[in-house]
Design a protein around this ligand. Structure first.
Ligand code: DX5
Ligand code: ZN
Length: 228
């Protein structure tokens, strides 16, 4: 299993977002993307409140974990009440759980939620949406294993990349330790990945840019997104 946190990767990591996969053939799509060179899988959880869409719950994550036990699962909670889902996703095989700074009413609240995920033995991530000022997340980045900068407004795959968020990466990157990752999510593909890498992102999520294309293109797409 590639653990993105334990050490700084030699090259940026690529995580397909299974939201864009064919859910009727999830194991097949997920395995094919890993065979094509992807490093881990990104799992998008939506509650219909924090974002205006529903996606999947712990049962899907659990099935995926049982089908492909050796893959690292990066679970992105786009939900109003993240703590209700920490244990269900830990039990479902998640390796990392991230939640949004927008659902936290204070710095301490974000740190407390981080502690709850750590108690379950998982890695932690904090996520920031495009309209939210970077200053909101800066005071807590030290506590997390990963900082995820959204480059679309969350809720749907296949949206256009918002280049203004790259500045957040430039602000956050110098603050991070070697065992912390800087992740970007939304609209990442062959045309946008280079600017993200140059801004300091070392974990790149791509949904429709991979699963939306024919399988024979996945190896070269993943290589291009990684930049090597
Ligand atoms: C958006 C999700 C993303 C999404 C990315 O709400 O958090 O992970 O799946 O999809 P693409 O790569 O298609 O923008
Ligand atoms: Zn996501």
């Amino acid at each position: 299993m590639i653990d993105p946190i334990s050490s700084k990767p030699a090259t940026p990591l690529v995580a397909p977002s299974i939201l864009a996969a064919d859910f009727a053939n999830l194991e097949s799509d997920a395995s094919a993307s890993l065979d094509a060179g992807a490093d881990l899988l990104h799992v998008d959880i939506m509650d219909g409140h924090f974002v205006p869409n529903l996606s999947m719950g712990p049962a899907v994550c659990s099935s995926l974990h049982k089908a492909i036990p050796d893959v690292y699962l990066d679970v992105h909670l786009m939900v109003e009440d993240p703590k209700a889902y920490f244990r269900p996703f830990a039990d479902a095989g998640a390796n990392l759980i991230s939640f949004h700074i927008e659902v936290c009413d204070s710095e301490q609240h974000a740190r407390d939620l981080c502690g709850k995920i750590e108690e379950l033995g998982l890695h932690t991530g904090i996520v920031i949406n495009p309209p939210t000022e970077v200053e909101r997340v800066l005071p807590v980045v030290d506590a997390f294993d990963l900082v995820l900068v959204m480059s679309v407004n969350p809720g749907f795959g296949g949206q256009a990349f918002i280049p203004e968020v790259l500045e957040k990466g430039r602000r956050i990157a110098p603050l991070l330790r070697e065992n912390q990752r800087l992740e970007i999510d939304g609209g990442i593909g062959p045309e946008t990945a280079q600017s993200a890498r140059e801004a300091g992102f070392d974990l790149l999520i791509a949904g429709s840019a991979i699963y939306g294309k024919p399988r024979d293109q996945w190896p070269s797409l993943i290589k291009t997104i990684r930049g090597s």
